[in-house]
Write a protein that binds this ligand. Structure first.
Ligand code: ADP
Length: 640
């Protein structure tokens, strides 16, 4: 399998990456938003501070106004507490904000003083602020008021709720605060803004410490922004592990899918390779006989592309046109599930018109759920096998026919040979008797006629025998250049199956470079077959000897001859000589005719050769024949 590109392998990281980008985006957005909000808060804070400062200033200016009016009202009066208390503005001022009203002379000596008992007096615990107004030209009125009360009265409630409003001196000391418990320490840095408020504020001209650089400071009580960020962090902290877990799960899932896909691909490739390389044609059909699938071998077999075949219903394009009815009938039988288990033979037609013989095996086609959905057919092309079988059968028939003819010829020859003598004897005796009767002067026409007919009949019988022999042995050996090895190989080929069946191994050991001989290949083949078959016959009834039943056919050049040996490891000849074995009708087999070796000998001798037989020292028999090398055949060739 080729390694997949890095990009494809790390695709599962994409959601995680995207989530990270998203989270970063959200965080950046939160930050930007926060900065915006802070800026806005700052703006509001500044404007609130300025407006507070303005309001305080107004308030002080207002108080200053009240004081100035009071001072003007006192011009010309003698300074006394009673004179002060008599003024309604003093009471109103003390109720409002003032702590005390002091009347000073030009040298700042107290002439009269009135103190309040209101809230201003209660807050008299630290630094006080002052307002002054001249009383004519010979005194000054000084009003003392607590900065805390100024803040309380001068700062609107909604600002006081939103901000800690404080008066701070140059040393950062809080002079007064709108709240009793400032939150500064508890809640870290909070946005605040300072506005100088020195102008309208006066420290007491009586006190040593002067309030020089006082400022108004507004501090936001609850910035509200900080709450967003932790929440964002919590969300991100929760979100990222979740996304990471989801990505990991995705990756696992992807791996599983990948593995399954790889397995599937491998299997598909295997299956395709197997199907395509198979010598067996495959076809799948549903119960209606519709072709669902065909492999390449099937297409090649019938000479049609898969597209033409798949989906096709019977009659099939590969059915021979002359056998539609028979094929339809058989198809019905097969689809009903009655096809023979051991397969059946059929005749199909290739798209080119050529006929082919096939062997078909049907088996149930089962889907993934184990349900049968049709039939799977495996088809083997047996055309060639059939042809070979046919040829072999014909060869064997021809051989048997030839063998029978040869044997009959031999029988006839032997009979003629055997009968010729008695017939000649009969004819001579007849002639002798006729002569004797003539000498004796017997003129009996009847006897003489009978004797004459006797002679004629004997001659006739001789002729009939001769004719039959002639008829049966018309086949003269054809001496042609023939390759002995080819002849032996052909003979062994014919015997091989028979030997296998009998459990006999038939080996061939041919010496190289054996020249061609002039011989009748068919007859020599018969000799080899006969000798090998005799050996197999001798071996078969015995328990197999050590090393198994074995026949070896070998060849070699010996002087002017080629010699062929057929050796077995059977019982051997037990001292019998070739003459005895070759005698016509000599056989030790229950159904033997005893002509085989006789015929072999005639054939070999007709080729100027010699047939011989001997026992093998290690057990078994050795039959051999030799044929002269490229010699002209004898002019009076044997009649076989
Ligand atoms: P048939 O095969 O009809 O018996 P044959 O002439 O071919 O006639 O053989 C004659 C006899 O020779 C056989 O019956 C058998 O006894 C003997 N014979 C032939 N070949 C062998 C052999 N290889 N081993 C032992 N005996 C053999």
């Amino acid at each position: 399998m080729t390694p997949r590109p890095l990009l494809a392998r790390s695709l599962w990281l994409a959601p995680l990456g995207l989530s990270l980008i998203f989270v970063m985006g959200v965080l950046a957005w939160v930050r930007a938003n926060e900065a915006d909000e802070r800026e806005q808060q700052r703006q509001t804070l500044i404007s609130d501070a300025l407006s507070t400062e303005a309001q305080l200033r107004d308030r002080i200016a207002e108080e200053q106004g009240h004081l100035r009016q009071l001072a003007q009202g006192l011009v010309g009066q003698s300074p006394s507490e009673a004179a002060l208390e008599h003024q309604p503005a003093v009471g109103a001022g003390l109720r409002r904000l003032w702590q005390s009203v002091t009347w000073l002379d030009t040298r700042n000596r107290v002439l009269a003083e009135v103190s309040g008992r209101g809230e201003g007096a209660r807050l008299d615990d630290g630094l006080s602020l002052h307002l002054t107004a001249p009383v004519g030209s010979d005194g000054t009125l000084v009003v003392r008021y607590p900065p805390a009360l100024l803040l309380k009265r001068g700062v609107p409630w909604w600002l006081a709720r939103k901000y800690d409003v404080q008066l701070v001196d140059s040393a950062d000391q809080v002079i007064a605060s709108s709240t009793e418990s400032p939150l500064r320490a508890a809640q870290g840095p909070r946005p605040s803004y300072r506005v100088a408020l020195t102008g309208p504020l006066r420290a007491s001209p009586l006190a040593e410490a002067a309030l020089t650089d006082a400022a108004l400071e507004l501090t936001l009580r609850d910035p509200g922004i900080n709450a967003v960020r932790p929440l964002a962090w919590v969300l991100v902290a929760g979100f990222l592990p979740l996304v990471a877990a989801a990505s990991w799960l995705t990756r696992r899932q992807m791996r599983q899918v990948q593995r399954a896909e790889e397995a599937w691909r491998t299997e598909a490739a295997w299956r395709r390779a197997m199907e395509d390389s198979a010598l067996v044609a495959l076809r799948a059909r549903d119960f209606d006989g519709r072709l669902l699938y065909v492999n390449r071998t099937f297409c090649d077999m019938v000479g049609l592309p898969a597209e033409r075949l798949v989906g096709q219903l019977p009659p099939m394009p590969y059915w021979p046109t002359d056998a539609h009815e028979e094929m339809t009938e058989r198809n019905r039988r097969n689809l009903a599930g009655h096809a023979p288990r051991e397969g059946y033979e059929a005749r199909w037609q290739h798209a080119s018109g050529r006929m082919l013989e096939v062997m078909v095996f049907e088996s149930p086609l089962v889907d993934a759920g184990g349900r049968q959905i049709g039939w799977m057919g495996s088809i083997i092309d047996i055309t060639e096998r059939k042809r070979l079988e046919d040829r072999e059968r014909r060869q064997v028939e021809t051989l048997a026919h030839n063998a029978r003819l040869t044997m009959l010829g031999e029988v006839a020859s032997t009979l003629a040979h055997e009968l010729n003598q008695p017939l000649t004897a009969i004819a001579s005796y007849g002639a002798g008797v006729t002569n004797s009767l003539a000498k004796l002067g017997v003129q009996d026409e009847l006897v003489l006629g009978a004797l004459q007919r006797l002679g004629q009949q004997a001659a006739h019988a001789g002729r009939i025998v001769a004719r039959i022999r002639e008829f049966l042995t018309r086949r003269e050996p054809r001496h042609e250049t023939c390759d002995l090895h080819e002849v032996i190989t052909a003979a062994v080929e014919l015997l091989k199956r028979d030997c296998q069946r009998r459990g006999v191994s038939l080996d061939v050991a041919l010496a190289p470079g054996v020249p061609a001989v002039l011989a009748d290949a068919v007859l020599i083949e018969q000799v080899v077959i006969n000798l090998a078959r005799n050996a197999a016959d001798a071996l078969q009834p015995l328990p197999a000897p050590a090393g198994g039943r074995r026949i070896t056919v070998s060849s070699r050049v010996a002087g002017e001859f080629v010699r062929v040996d057929v050796q077995d490891n059977g019982p051997g000849l037990q001292g019998r000589r070739i003459e005895q074995l070759c005698a016509p009708f000599y056989s030790t087999k229950a159904e033997g005719m005893g002509m085989g070796l006789a015929i072999c000998r005639s054939i070999i001798e007709a080729h100027q050769g010699v047939l011989d037989a001997s026992d093998v020292a290690s057990g078994g028999a050795l039959f051999s024949f030799s044929l002269p090398l490229n010699r002209e055949p004898h002019p009076e060739a044997h009649h076989v």
